[in-house]
Design a protein around this ligand. Structure first.
Ligand code: SF4
Length: 77
């Protein structure tokens, strides 16, 4: 039986595009969630999967120099 990965309950990731300057630090902190596309735009997945990605999402939010990463919902659970 494979490992079942479920979305980290209720945590939602968002990026404030007015603040984001595409430094890519969030990509380094959470490579599974954030990516810089070839078109220079930041892409990200809204729903972290499992506790590890949730931790990474929190780390990305902390590390973003412009506080552009916004976490909503059940972040600390
Ligand atoms: S670390 Fe912040 S400013 Fe840099 S790309 Fe990510 S969201 Fe944008």
């Amino acid at each position: 039986m494979g490992v079942r990965i479920t979305p980290a309950s209720g945590t939602r990731v968002g990026v404030d595009n007015d603040r984001c300057e595409l430094y890519g630090i969030c990509v380094m902190e959470a490579p599974g969630l954030f990516a810089l596309g070839a078109d220079g735009r930041l892409r990200f997945r809204k729903h972290p999967l499992g506790p590890e990605e949730k931790e990474q999402a929190v780390a990305a939010a902390r590390a973003c120099p412009l506080q552009a990463v916004v976490l909503r919902g059940d972040v600390h659970g």
